[in-house]
Design a protein around this ligand. Structure first.
Ligand code: G3I
Length: 394
């Protein structure tokens, strides 16, 4: 029924034609023919991986309020976990001292509950998207340690407390490390000291003792940063701090990380005894705009035509490269299905991906499994195929 609602959004014939082209491009002819013969909607990612891990997507307000009916239908048909792309960040939910705006977060959580999904909260303590007032007194001077700890606790109590038992997992601390694995010099660190990380987890646990509490970070596939994160999590757990998981964001390129780097990173975190999840998956196929390869949102490069080569569509050869890349990534994810609990895409279709505006504003990007018209891409079928092959091999 849910699949049918999505299916009626596009013309059946056109949809089948697209599915056929996509699958044919990958030599998935048997799959394409069987779908054509049965006149079926595309298979569901959440079904394909139901014995392995949850499959999620980050949603924008139009998707979870269903004003974007097409994307909402895709989400309901395909995913069993959701993350809020922006609405639970400090600047959105708590823009001024003493003023919370729970309108959109309430709608986000209601959408997840209505559709029986695993609901993620993103994110409590981050250096970006946190208003300046949090770190300053009335005169604009930095606040002292006790004041900032008090503000952090009050924020976490209010936000986590409101959704106690309803939001199932929180990204408690986001991006606390530099690329070399040392602690990032944020106002949190400068004012409170390194204990701010333990405190954030303790406050979150106090507000909802049953919620999954995760440390979320990008570029953990690189050895230096990975080692820093391992050290951090080992230390926190040794002190009894309630860290239950680590999120590898998964903002990947066509050629980074290697399959071996990814495999080693998942294995290394699994060894710590925490849950591991891929929390913000996408694969950037556009030419690199800079040498820096992380996902720090402060990067900003001027738009030039050579950085935006696919404005009128992605060539078949690049579709195929992307499909192969996704197949390789999911091969590694599946290998770790015992410890990997969730794989979440950072967006639903290419149209709404943050990569259309980062690190260059206004590019046409193709990082996800559904195209700008909401149709499954060859990469979608390669992921489904990877799931079927992995199940058959069990
Ligand atoms: O909503 C305003 C709109 O009113 C205004 O007109 C417009 C002008 O720029 O900005 C809109 O806000 C933007 C917001 O996204 C919603 O689209 C912000 O400028 C923009 O900075 C913000 O970017 C988000 C970014 O985090 C910063 O919060 C991206 O959508 C979001 O995908 C990205 O997500 C992060 C994760 O939280 C952490 N890991 C990295 C990941 C990618 O950067």
């Amino acid at each position: 029924m849910r699949v049918m609602k999505y299916f009626v959004q596009c013309s059946v014939r056109e949809h089948l034609r697209t599915m056929f082209r996509a699958a044919a491009a990958l030599s998935l002819l048997p799959l394409a023919f069987s779908l054509l013969a049965a006149g079926q909607a595309p298979p569901a990612l959440k079904d394909a991986f139901k014995d392995s891990f949850l499959i999620g997507a980050a949603l924008n307000p139009a998707e979870f309020t269903e004003s974007d009916a097409r994307d909402a239908a895709i989400v309901k048909a395909q995913f069993d976990s959701i993350s809020p792309e922006n609405v639970l960040k400090w600047e959105s939910v708590h823009p001024e001292p003493g003023r919370y705006d729970f309108d959109l977060p309430d709608k986000y959580v209601a959408f997840g509950e209505k559709n029986h999904m695993f609901i993620v909260g993103h994110t409590l303590v981050w250096h970006h998207q946190t208003p300046k007032w949090v770190f300053e007194d009335a005169k604009g001077n930095p606040v002292d340690r006790e004041t900032l700890l008090k503000r952090m606790r009050e924020h976490i109590q209010a936000v986590v407390g409101r959704y106690k038992g309803r939001v199932h997992g929180w990204d408690v601390v986001n991006e606390a490390l530099e690329d070399d694995g040392t602690l990032r010099q944020t106002p949190w660190l400068k004012i409170i000291g390194e204990e701010y990380i333990a405190k954030a987890f303790e406050f979150a646990h106090e507000a909802d003792p049953k919620a999954e509490l995760n440390y979320n970070e990008f570029s953990l596939e690189n050895e230096a940063k990975r080692n820093g994160a391992i050290e951090l999590i080992r230390k926190l757990r040794a002190q009894g701090v309630p860290v239950t998981g680590v999120g590898l964001q998964g903002h990947y390129k066509i050629d980074w990380p290697s399959v071996d780097q990814l495999d080693a990173a998942i294995a290394a975190f699994a060894k710590l005894g925490v849950k591991v999840m891929i929390t913000e998956l996408d694969v950037d196929v556009l030419p690199p705009a800079m040498q820096y390869r992380g996902a720090d949102i402060s990067a900003n490069v001027e738009l030039q035509p050579k950085l935006n080569p696919y404005t009128s569509g992605l060539p078949d050869s690049v579709q195929q490269t992307l499909a192969n890349r996704y197949s390789d990534l999911f091969g590694v994810f599946h290998k770790h299905h015992g410890v990997l609990t969730r794989v979440t895409f950072w967006g639903v279709t290419d149209a709404s991906s943050w990569l259309n505006n980062w690190p260059v504003r206004g590019r046409t990007s193709y990082p996800l499994l559904f195209d700008r018209d909401g149709r499954p891409k060859p990469a979608f079928y390669s992921v489904i195929k990877a799931a079927r092959e992995a199940s058959a091999a069990k």
